[in-house]
Design a protein around this ligand. Structure first.
Ligand code: NAD
Length: 370
């Protein structure tokens, strides 16, 4: 029927040896950017997203519109819907999965712990269950998180550091995902690559993240909370620009091994791989605020609060040597450059530009469509 035709049209590659990639969380921040990048180079892309209301669903719908302009179809459904996933695998030969769907955010677990278990653990297992029997067996790249380093204070974080002290339920479910991936790799020969993203930001970003709501609150003259550690040190994050993350995801897909099938009878199972994807240059949150104040030509009203805030870690810093060695990952965007692009997108998307005084306009060029 019409649905199958849409799925096929979206998922069929337009380059020789192109991939057919199922992108879960395609209406999300990282998923929408990755879908566009893969489509642009000629891969077939099929999205899956449940359009949940963790944050403003109209932003997810707007990303969906952008993707549909590029002939990318997003199937509306849940990771836990086994029959739906099986049906997708029946309609098109999925060669790769970029699994980005998850319950993100750290503090929301205090309100809705079950959503983390459902999406990040049960949903992931369901995707792996369908993948293990699929023919061809897809190679899977999925989003883990820097939060798995938890309360570890050795910096910068390298993949060999301990990850047994999660500071939030979110982190615990991301860590569980890595353990579960290991099992499916070992028993079923599934090729699995986990990417530990470090605080991703940029155009079309997530409204629940600090850089986003700081921008909003500064523009509306609202006071923002800035956190410090108990000893007065500033909280710092290894903010990583979305285009750098997209390159990392594509690089990981390009170098992913083939799945070897049950028990790895062919040549031994593919290796489970885990990589940091960060910017290697942490920035204190106070500096983030200063950059935003400059871009918005507006002083922020600040309220300084001492940590600990449940679930947060004070400092993140990625070592990305491994990702550089294996697929040439090299972040190139500094925070000022990346935030400038974010702010350009923000004022256009929310129609704020025309309301700013002429001297406060961000600039007059056309913002990226990315
Ligand atoms: P996002 O919330 O914008 O995107 C996730 C998408 O998945 C959403 O559109 C949501 O509707 C969808 N989704 C959630 N549960 C689902 C389910 N059960 N079935 C189907 N769809 C579902 O988040 P993002 O920032 O794009 O993050 C992408 C991935 O990267 C996530 O796995 C997240 O945990 C991870 N990550 C993100 C960051 C970051 O800073 N943005 C940092 C570390 C890790």
């Amino acid at each position: 029927g019409a649905w199958e035709r849409q799925v096929r049209h979206s998922a069929t590659p337009r380059r020789p040896n192109g991939f057919t990639v199922l992108v879960t969380g395609a209406a999300g921040f990282v998923g929408s950017h990755c879908s566009l990048a893969l489509k642009k180079r000629g891969d077939g892309v099929l999205g899956l997203d449940n359009f949940n209301n963790y944050y403003d669903p109209s932003l997810k719908r707007a990303r969906q519109d952008l993707l549909s302009q590029h002939q990318i179809f997003i199937v509306e459904g849940d990771l836990n819907d086994g029959p739906l996933l099986s049906k997708l695998f029946d309609v098109v030969p999925i060669t790769h999965i970029l699994h980005l769907a998850a319950q993100a955010g750290v503090r929301y677990a205090m309100q809705n712990p079950q959503s983390y278990i459902k999406s990040n653990i049960a949903g992931f297992v369901n995707l792996l269950e369908v993948s293990k029997t699929a023919n061809p067996q897809p190679s899977i790249v999925w989003a883990s998180s820097s939060s798995v380093y938890g309360l570890n204070t050795e910096n910068p974080f390298s993949e060999l550091h301990r990850t047994d002290q999660p500071a939030s339920l979110y982190a615990a479910t991301k860590k569980a995902g890595e353990e579960i991936a290991h099992t499916y790799n070992h028993i079923y020969g599934l090729s699995l690559t986990g990417l530990r993203f470090f605080t991703v930001y940029g155009p079309w970003g997530r409204p629940d993240m600090a850089y986003f709501f700081f921008t909003k609150d500064i523009l509306h003259g609202k006071t923002i909370d800035v956190y410090q550690t108990q000893d007065g040190k500033e909280v710092a994050r290894d903010f990583t620009y979305i285009d750098d993350i997209v390159k990392g995801c594509v690089g990981a897909l390009d170098t992913a091994e083939k799945s070897t099938g049950s028990g790895g009878k062919k040549k031994g199972p593919a290796q489970l791989r885990i990589y940091n994807l960060g910017n290697t240059s942490p920035v204190p949150v106070g500096k983030l605020v200063t950059i935003l104040e400059n871009l918005l030509t507006t002083k922020a009203k600040k309220h300084v609060i001492k940590m600990p805030r449940n679930g947060d870690v004070p400092y993140t810093h990625a070592n990305v040597t491994l990702a550089y060695r294996d697929f040439g990952y090299k972040p190139v965007t500094d925070l000022s450059t990346g935030l400038r692009k974010f702010v350009k997108w923000y004022v256009r998307y929310y129609g704020i530009q025309p309301r700013l005084k002429k001297e406060n306009r961000i600039d007059n060029e056309q913002p990226d469509d990315s």
